[in-house]
Write a protein that binds this ligand. Structure first.
Ligand code: GLY
Length: 418
């Protein structure tokens, strides 16, 4: 393999000139479409280390066995180590794209067609969701970026592009123009949640950025950036922590209150929400080039880093009581992905600090929270959906997805999904 080392995009965008920018775009697209081309990051603490290469080997070995017995499934969690299947009634669930994302990452890294076929099967199953208005919600990015849009980016399949654009149009249709936010979740037709917005939605904005890139219709861009600006104003607190839910008056757009949502309580710091904010603002910067989003992402990242416990394992909420010491490995994996992307876009000293924080969490997951038994379908242990749920510390598919994405970033094998 030939390796071409290029400077960071930030410098290229601002100083390298038109031809260099076009060259970088062509190289990035080529790397996304061809698993034999690697898009290497410059060395600002970003080169893979021995344990990341070991993790890559272990994941590819384990997943090759897991995929053989799971190919028709739409997994969310595991029962006695075996993936469950949300193909039927649960097909609208927001996490149902992540198995597809894992498949595309594995296909990109290995070229094994079984991964591609499994991803294609799942993508077609998700078509049922388009016919279920109550099943369509703000999480269209989570469902169709790792499936249809990934497929389109890799294969150019026009059906996949169509799916992605249908999903983006639905997401855009949830925009409240007076409050300038994308509405979260649905309700029973009583508009009780018509004014609700959530921090998680920052991760759905890339579907709109992609639709803008494809169609050149600026409505998609405006809706994404207006939502991001509202989130910056009302979700991000002065110390860089983030609210989970913010409630607006859906008729006037006026701010009403913040809610604790899936975290410990009002004003607390639900760790996965902090991770969505950290990665989500980074992605808005990556898609728009607007430095204010990078600055916000850095503020959230600095807060997150200040809260990482000594052992590197992340609780469900940074403000939860000491006992029970419930963890959420998904928050660690998602935040690591975001920190690695920030690290690739900031000056060297900061970059090393962000990469080191990501490594601390990833290494802790690798050493203490990974299951490498081929008879067991999941990888990451101790994932938690919400602090006040009855169940904590189990396997969740997006934990595995983001752990893989983070390791892939570390070893230069990533196919960029968001
Ligand atoms: N709705 C996204 C999450 O639970 O994190």
């Amino acid at each position: 393999m030939h390796t071409c080392v290029l400077d960071g995009e930030k410098i290229a965008d601002r100083e390298a000139g038109e031809y260099a920018i076009t060259f970088l775009e062509v190289m990035r697209e080529a790397a996304e479409e061809n698993p034999h081309i690697q898009w290497n990051r410059e060395d600002k603490g970003m080169q893979g280390q021995d344990w990341t290469r070991e993790a890559f080997e272990k994941i590819t070995k384990k997943m090759w066995t897991v995929v053989q017995r799971s190919r028709g499934k739409v997994p969310y969690t595991t029962v006695d180590g075996t993936f469950d299947d949300w193909s039927g009634q649960g097909i609208s669930w927001w996490t149902n794209g992540f198995w597809g994302g894992m498949m595309w990452q594995l296909y990109h890294a290995t070229g094994e067609s079984l991964y591609r076929e499994t991803a294609e099967k799942l993508e077609k199953k998700l078509d049922q969701v388009f016919m279920d208005n109550g099943g369509m919600d703000h999480d269209s990015g989570f469902r169709w970026l790792p499936t249809a849009v990934a497929d389109y980016r890799i294969t150019g399949n026009p059906e996949s592009k169509n799916r992605g654009l249908r999903a983006a149009s639905d997401l855009a249709g949830r925009f409240n123009p007076v409050g300038k936010f994308i509405r979260a979740w649905n309700d029973d037709g009583d508009a009780s949640r018509a004014g609700w917005a959530i921090i998680d939605c920052m991760m759905n904005l890339p579907l709109l950025y992609w639709a803008y890139e494809e169609t050149k219709d600026p409505r998609f861009l405006h809706i994404a950036t207006m939502h991001a600006d509202t989130a910056e104003t009302y979700f991000i607190r002065p110390d860089g922590s983030a609210n989970h839910i913010v409630v607006f008056d859906p008729f006037t757009g006026a701010y009403k209150e913040s809610l604790g949502g899936q975290g410990y309580g009002q004003g607390s710091s639900w760790t996965r929400g902090q991770a969505w904010a950290l990665y989500g603002f980074t992605l808005s910067y990556m898609h728009t080039g607007d430095f204010k989003y990078l600055e916000t992402a850095e503020r959230v990242a600095d807060y997150f880093i200040s809260q990482i416990p000594e052992e590197g394992l992340i609780p469900i909420d940074f403000c939860q009581p000491t006992e029970p010491a419930w963890e959420d490995s998904t928050a660690a994996a998602i935040a690591s992905c975001g920190l690695l992307e920030i690290a690739a876009r900031v000056p060297e000293e900061k970059a090393r600090a962000y990469a080191a924080a990501a490594d601390k969490m990833l290494k802790a997951l690798y050493d203490k929270r990974c299951n490498w038994d081929d008879n067991c379908d999941y990888i990451l242990e101790k994932c938690s959906s919400a602090y006040h749920d009855e169940r904590h510390e189990f396997s969740i598919i997006y934990g595995d997805y983001y752990f893989i994405e983070a390791v892939w970033k570390r070893v230069g094998k990533e196919f960029f999904i968001w």
